[in-house]
Design a protein around this ligand. Structure first.
Ligand SMILES: Nc1nc2c(c(=O)[nH]1)N[C@H]1C(S)=C(S)[C@@H](COP(=O)(O)O)O[C@H]1N2
Ligand SMILES: [Mo]
Length: 393
């Protein structure tokens, strides 16, 4: 598509915040520190994790930029950014989480393939754009359609970035048509992040946000939307981002036996502490985030100050000064919940967190049982060690 192109080298990368922890330079993959991550409910754009599979695309001429909608539709269409902006603007708070978040810990069990993320490949953004369901109406697909008259059942998003894993081809993903045409699923074509124009790292000029679903399906630098019969056959749908049992290795893997991962599972992480900490004896307060997929609320966050023997319930909040109520109309259903709990410590302890969502989904106690060769969806109980400083005699 004219107006936007994906370069094959890294000479035109945007500037980035110096405090980001860089896990890979080319392609650029970086996350904020734990403490920076939970310093605000809405993650500042500069500090938001950046997950790329190739160089950042370049928009030469925004006037010529078009997103084309084709495939199994009666009326294919090319839309400019202004056309998209003419549709009603829909704004949601939604947490984006990479499926590889917390991979570092999983690779300690046994090596896994992938970017070595700590716990901050996640961020909470305020996303503004057009509802995908409104855009699809322009090509004659009405709300709540699961199959078009021409047999389309999936919506494929195609970018322009040159990805190594796609043999230099563009990043792609798809979602079921019914999800795209259901208003409540709130899939949006985003041109604003945190009230500012979307920046290049996060998908300028237009990206998809599929809330409640692993970040991999929220395609950046959108070039075209295809209405297709079968789900997207691209690398990142079919040969990546699938969860296999621990017995599957690179010799016996059969990718076609598993579905592409969509919703993310219930997750919680302590961010005010590193893996190992030294503190003065006395009061310690812990802060972190909890989030789950599918727009479900966080019913409970449990914190243990003795390695999991006993638990106390943490207080949960989204906006400060207001307790969070799961599933309440006043809470942001797609967004994370921050939590805080405190205790007195006088000896060395392990602090643990686990969350429960409104469907009573829980986190697994140990990472070994969910180990998978791609190192995705590590949502095991999060543990940190606290050593109390010896007072000088
Ligand atoms: N075009 C394109 N879209 C993409 C990717 C990519 O490499 N190329 N990475 C995906 C993955 S794996 C994640 S986790 C999110 C990261 O979005 P962010 O960089 O805005 O945080 O974008 C997704 N969309
Ligand atoms: Mo990701």
């Amino acid at each position: 598509m004219p107006g936007i192109r994906g370069p094959s080298d890294y000479f035109q990368e945007p500037p980035r915040h110096p405090s980001l922890i860089v896990n890979s330079k080319e392609p650029f993959n970086a996350e904020p520190s734990r403490s920076a991550l939970i310093s605000s409910y809405v993650t500042p754009v500069d500090l938001f994790y950046k997950r790329n599979h190739g160089p950042i695309p370049v928009v030469d001429d925004i006037q010529r930029y078009r997103v084309s909608i084709r495939g199994l539709v009666e009326k294919p269409l090319d839309l400019s950014l202004d056309d998209i902006k003419e549709l009603p603007k829909h704004v949601i708070a939604a947490t984006l989480q990479c499926a590889g978040n917390r991979r570092n810990q999983m690779s300690k069990v046994k090596t896994v393939r992938g970017v070595g993320w700590d716990v901050s490949a996640v961020g909470n953004g305020i996303w503004g754009g057009a509802r995908l369901s409104d855009v699809l109406e322009l090509v004659g697909i009405s709300k709540l359609t699961s199959t078009t008259t021409l047999g389309g059942r999936h919506v494929e998003f195609v970018s322009v970035d040159a990805c190594k894993d796609e043999n230099g081809g563009p990043y792609k993903a798809s979602i079921p048509l019914i999800q795209a045409t259901t208003c409540n699923a709130e899939v949006i074509l985003v041109y604003e992040m945190n009230g500012e124009p979307l920046n290049r790292d996060h998908g300028y000029p237009l990206r998809v946000i599929v809330p409640g679903v692993i970040g991999a399906r929220s395609v950046k630098w959108l070039d075209s939307i295809n209405i297709i019969a079968e789900e997207c056959q691209g690398f990142f749908m079919q040969k990546d981002y699938k969860v296999f049992p621990p017995t599957v290795n690179w010799e016996n893997i059969n990718w076609s036996t598993r579905r592409p991962q969509m919703d993310f599972p219930v997750q919680s992480v302590i961010c005010s502490l590193e893996d190992i900490n030294t503190v003065d004896s006395g009061k310690i307060s812990v802060h972190g985030y909890a989030v789950t997929g599918g727009g479900r609320g966080i019913e409970r966050v449990d914190v243990s100050f003795n390695g999991g023997k006993t638990w106390t319930e943490a207080s949960r909040y989204q906006k400060t000064g207001k307790p969070y109520v799961a599933d309440d109309p006043s809470s942001d259903k797609w967004a994370w919940v921050l939590f805080t709990a405190e205790a007195d410590v006088s000896e060395n302890i392990e602090i643990v967190v686990k969350a429960v969502d409104i469907a009573a989904n829980v986190q697994p106690e140990n990472v070994e049982f969910i180990w998978n060769l791609r190192g995705i969806l590590n949502n095991s109980w999060h543990r940190v060690l606290v050593q109390v400083k010896r007072s000088d005699m």
